[in-house]
Design a protein around this ligand. Structure first.
Ligand code: NAI
Ligand code: 15L
Length: 265
């Protein structure tokens, strides 16, 4: 069991959804965001911090033996916005980690690292990246940074390429990419419990019949997703039309991120 888990991006969608499900993972939980946290739970310690502030990040990480790193720009944007939170912020986090005793990190990477692959292709741990925008490129950077800090300094990271972590799938594409919050919690438990983690790439999806990703290379984690998006298919079929054959949401694994315009200043 961890002594103190730091959760960055704690005020965001995933942080808000997961935090109530995580008190058992550590003796103490430190939550942080640059946005105000209005729903801090009794067992949580709130330490506001902008990840672009290197000195503040060092103090934030100090005393933590685990980090659930959710903080960052989570959608496509201008390069300047993406760079600040997802590149500078990552470097600050890993510099802090190596100077404060190598906490184990679960990094919220994204399926947009591989978003330009067609949905007909099955990917595994050896598939090269194929990012679908500045955001996807920034997540590839994060994975590369984690790999370098593991090889050079021994900082262990689970690079989780999250598909779509939502209470339920919101469209037909998400029948393939859905990660249930409960399966995410099961993975968090394994990442912080397994004796040796290393620095694996993990595809973050539930046991969906419609899934595209093969996680057999990380069987050693003992993570067994329990949920399957198929139970939502009839509800989705009734709620919306099937997209046509040329729609980016049926062509690319990253869906509309692949067809999005580049955000210029
Ligand atoms: P979100 O946008 O709701 O939350 C991200 C949080 O990070 C926000 O509260 C924001 O204030 C904070 N943040 C951004 N820049 C920061 C900075 N410089 N310093 C401190 N805090 C900063 O995103 P969501 O959905 O909660 O996602 C969390 C993480 O998981 C993100 O890194 C996202 O890229 C990743 N992810 C999420 C997926 C999903 O299905 N929700 C899918 C794939 C990846
Ligand atoms: C992501 O990386 C985004 O952060 C999230 O908001 C979802 O859109 C998700 O990917 C997705 O591809 O569904």
């Amino acid at each position: 069991m961890l002594k103190r888990l730091l959760i960055t991006g704690a005020a965001g969608g995933l942080g808000t959804m997961l935090r109530p499900l995580l008190p058992h993972v550590a003796d103490a939980i430190r939550v942080s965001d640059m946005a105000p946290l209005t729903d801090t739970l009794p067992h949580e310690e709130d330490v506001p911090c902008d990840l672009t502030d290197r000195k503040a990040v060092r103090a934030l990480v100090d005393g933590c033996d685990g980090v659930l790193h959710l903080g960052g720009r989570s959608l496509e944007d201008t390069w300047e916005v993406i760079r600040a939170s997802n590149l500078d912020g990552m470097v600050n986090l890993y510099e802090a980690a190596r100077h404060t005793g190598n906490p184990r990190i679960l990094y919220a990477s994204s399926n947009h690292t591989i978003g330009f692959y067609p949905q007909t292709e099955r990917l595994d741990g050896r598939s090269p990246t194929r990012p679908d925008g500045f955001y996807g490129v920034s997540k590839v950077f994060g994975e590369a940074l984690a790999s370098m800090y593991f090889d050079k300094f021994g900082v262990e990271t689970a690079c989780l390429r999250i598909g779509s972590c939502k209470p339920e799938p919101e469209n037909h594409r998400m029948l393939s990419t859905w990660l249930s919050p409960a399966d995410f919690v099961r993975l968090i438990e394994r990442v912080f419990a397994v004796e040796t983690l290393g620095c694996p790439i993990i595809y973050g999806a539930s046991a969906n019949d419609a899934g595209w990703w093969d996680n057999s290379h990380v069987a050693y984690l003992g993570w067994e997703p329990q949920d399957n998006s198929e139970i939502f298919r009839a509800k989705l079929d009734a709620a919306m039309d099937h997209p046509g054959p040329d729609d980016p949401t049926v062509l690319f694994q990253g869906g509309t991120f692949a067809s999005d315009v580049i955000h210029e200043n």
